[in-house]
Write a protein that binds this ligand. Structure first.
Ligand SMILES: [Fe+2]
Length: 281
């Protein structure tokens, strides 16, 4: 049985630009077949029994809720900010828990080892002190004041810089990252991942960006993100256990894992256990 709290959340199920008429995109959500298709100009998401799922369109993607939406989809105000380029980066299918895909996105410590010479490099492997909170007003997990040395922080970065990051978990399978914008020091680049839980051990990851970058060709931006996520995929597909443990003590945390501890605690408190390994009764 899937917990009602899980069913009442929003999940990405398609890129708006890619949705066509029936049969449209035949895919899965939380272990059930769904179809995403255009019907008389309207995007419809139908379940295996023919029922219509609640739908909203935002950030280049179609979002569906299999239950009764507990709240509106989370805001990303930067999506409406003039001058930003909104970039859909396609999709990467990963054989892992959707929660592990989000947790990996929140992890800074892997940069020098997984994204060597791009997002990190030895000997700059130390993760300094940063702040993590579960914000009660917005019901989100935030990590702020994260600093990290990066050889090439973005496609538009000319050389190594210390990048400042903020991470935000806005939904159980969606995370937004804010990072130093190489072109505009007073603004943040926004990079998000929207994770579609196909099953508890299989997901599709949709990276999406809102950048101040008028120069880099779209194809190069997409290729850069795809390269990063393909590097992550090989790590994610080898993690054991496959489900994300939510019991404290199952995996030994370090200073670098403060964000993931908060994420797990938040999931557990909200009963968002799809893709998670719960304590044995
Ligand atoms: Fe990564």
């Amino acid at each position: 049985m899937i917990p009602q709290a899980v069913l009442n959340e929003w999940y990405p199920v398609a890129m708006i630009a890619m949705v066509g008429p029936w049969p449209g995109r035949q895919t899965m959500l939380l272990g059930s077949d769904i179809a995403v298709f255009l019907d008389a100009g309207e995007i419809v998401v139908k379940g295996a029994e023919g029922q219509r799922l609640a739908v909203c369109l935002a950030y280049g993607h179609v979002w569906a809720c299999p239950g009764t939406p507990a709240h509106p989809l989370f805001p990303i105000p930067e999506a409406d900010q003039p001058g930003r380029r909104l970039v859909d980066c396609g999709v990467v299918r990963v054989k892992c828990s959707p929660l592990r895909a989000v947790e990996n996105f929140l992890d800074i410590a892997h940069f020098p080892f997984v994204h060597t010479d791009v997002l990190g490099a030895e000997p700059h492997t130390e993760v300094g002190r940063y702040e993590v909170q579960i914000r009660e007003d917005s019901d989100e997990v935030w990590a702020t004041k994260v600093h990290f040395y990066q050889p090439q922080a973005a496609k538009s970065a000319a050389g190594g810089i210390v990048t400042e990051y903020m991470y935000r978990v806005a939904a159980p399978t969606a995370s937004v990252l804010y990072k130093t914008c190489p072109n505009r020091p007073d603004e943040w680049d926004v990079i998000a991942i929207f994770v579609q839980p196909l099953t508890e051990e299989l997901c599709e990851v949709w990276p999406w960006m809102a950048l101040f970058d008028d120069v880099t060709p779209q194809a190069d931006l997409i290729q850069f993100q795809q390269m990063i996520f393909l590097q992550d995929r090989s790590i994610l597909e080898n993690q054991i256990p496959r489900l994300l443990p939510l019991d404290p003590g199952k995996e030994i945390p370090t200073q670098a894992d403060l964000t993931s501890i908060a994420y797990r605690r938040w999931l557990k408190r909200k009963g968002l256990t799809y893709g998670a390994q719960m304590v044995a009764a």
